[in-house]
Design a protein around this ligand. Sequence first.
Ligand code: MN
Ligand code: MN
Length: 318
Amino acid sequence: MTEPTDPARSPRFAQIATFARLPHTTDLEGVGSAFVGIPWDDATSFRSGAREGPSAIRNHSRLLRTYHLFQKVYPFRVLETVDFGDIDPVPGFLDDTFRRIEDGMRPLFAAGVVPFVGGGDHSITLPILRAQKAATGRPVRLLHFDAHYDTWDTYWGGKKYTHGTWVRRAYEEGLIEKGGVFQVGIRSSLYSAEDVENNARYVDRTFTTEDLDSLGPEGVASALVRAIGDGPTYVSVDIDTLDPAFAPGTGTPEPGGLSTRELIRVLRPLRALDVVGFDVVEVAPQYDHTGQVTALAAATVLYEGLSALARHRSERRA
Ligand code: MN
Ligand code: MN
């Protein structure tokens, strides 16, 4: 059984931090889903610090409890969740790090284990998607929450791999399905008007914060569920999709974003989707003047993702 350490036996603030106080193991026997930390931030374009994301997420996930009130499910039990530990990056060396991420993630996808990743800057999603494709042979649909497009071509004179280019690279490499790429929460200022057309070449529908205002979180969620359907789907949540009031601990904050509650309202109906991987990235706790609210939001978003998938699996079994 992959149960969190019982807080009635051991207080929440005691023991080594694992995600949700789940057992730490790299043995995938009998495992259905796994938290994986990827502490890497060398591909950021502004403020670094997301290398400290995974440990902060683990620390603040101590508060998560076993039963989800609204999805009516025990996510860790249904999905047999463990903490897989971290993938070691090579600080300063992007190619080596990407190779380690791809090699480290491939066995999980090959075993049908659904990874729930805590980042790390957003560049990590590219090698995760490479691992997914290498293990299964097929691309995935992509649901991308962010303040930013992340479909830019290069930075700093032709550098192709940064946290702002991964969606375009994933598309070019055939890792994500044409017709199956969706964005939510977009609002940042742009480098030029052409960015809008360029983004539309890679993304099938972009729900900006204005679209969220007009459709409401449930309207956006039902449009996503209709458009994505039942194909294998990867969900990537850049924590900067949240307003800096709710997630100040991030490298490129953009005012005017979602509240944590609005994001949860979009995530809950995603119980209809077949999620094969999920990440929460860009958590840089050192910019969080509260010390904890960003990492707690990230842990909660991961819990919502786990619970939505657990509900999906429970319904399919029934
Ligand atoms: Mn972003
Ligand atoms: Mn991003």
